[in-house]
Write a protein that binds this ligand. Structure first.
Ligand code: SF4
Length: 276
């Protein structure tokens, strides 16, 4: 079974947090649960949670609009400079980043792309977290101990934090079971497979998956579905397009918007069998 990739939204095997695996069910209650269980057969099996909340926020902001392969080195460089033991370390990661010189931070995280915008976002978030929670530790207490709905709406109120970033912080640091962040891969795959309506937006897909996947499997489902999207169910060329046997999920998939007969692939909301 392949290991969790080192470059992953979770931080990979070295990302920190709790160490535990979810148990696949002998009798999944929904198709979505059966899909997640099978992802566990194909990939790694891991439950998430327990990461430092502010570092998790930093990691997710760096990952916006780029691949984990590009954002992981930026995260590592940022931590080497502004994290504990780094030359700009000020006893707390949020304090270190709040005081960062923007050009220097931008240069440090250049490999993640959009470094001007991301450096501004990180400094602004760090400022707010120092002001409201006194630093990374106080923020961590809020994320791990606060009411999840309140934590989510507080995070969404921060400029530069969208639903996926808020959910990743809740999941990877808060260890909140039942949080299934939806990125572009999850949004595409869930609707193609028929796990969510073809015209569902990101929030709609999140609601369907959080309803149908048991809480302890949601975090794994998120990370593994992204990997599945990279390996098999690609945006323009899903594996089943040329070879019906090539996808390990074929027997559980409705192939909405995927037409192997003609080689055509469209967004599920534009699929001829569901469009008006
Ligand atoms: S059968 Fe095709 S559309 Fe369905 S999950 Fe596999 S690759 Fe994606």
């Amino acid at each position: 079974m392949p290991e969790e990739p080192a470059e992953n939204i979770s931080g990979g095997p070295d990302g920190g947090g709790i160490e535990s695996a979810f148990e696949p069910s002998p009798d999944p209650a929904t198709r979505a649960e059966a899909v997640v269980d099978r992802l566990g057969d194909i990939y790694w099996q891991k439950a998430y949670g327990g990461q430092d909340a502010f570092e998790c926020l930093v990691r997710t902001v760096l990952s916006q609009n780029t691949s984990d392969v590009a954002s992981q080195p930026a995260h590592d460089a940022l931590m080497a400079r502004y994290g504990e033991g780094g030359e700009e370390w000020e006893d707390d990661l949020a304090v270190s980043l709040a005081d960062a010189v923007r050009d220097e931070l931008a240069e440090t995280i250049a490999s993640a792309g959009l470094y001007n915008q991301k450096s501004k976002t990180l400094i602004r978030l760090a400022d707010r977290i120092v002001e409201e929670y006194g630093g990374a530790e106080g923020f961590d207490e809020f994320v791990t101990g606060g009411d999840p709905a309140e934590v989510r709406s507080t995070l969404l109120d921060m400029k530069g934090v969208g639903p996926k970033t808020a959910d990743c912080v809740l999941l990877f640091s808060g260890g909140r079971g039942g949080v299934f962040p939806v990125d572009t891969h999850v949004h595409r795959i869930a609707r193609r497979m028929g796990l969510a309506p073809p015209d569902a937006d990101h929030e709609g897909v999140r609601e369907c998956l959080e309803q149908d996947v048991p809480p302890e499997k949601c975090g794994f489902g998120h990370t593994a579905m992204i990997q599945f999207g990279r390996d098999y169910c690609k945006a323009r060329k899903p594996a089943c397009l040329d070879d019906p046997e090539a996808c390990p999920m074929a027997d559980r998939c409705d192939q909405v918007g995927v037409y192997p007969d003609t080689g055509e692939v469209v967004d599920p909301r534009e699929a001829s069998d569901v469009a008006d």
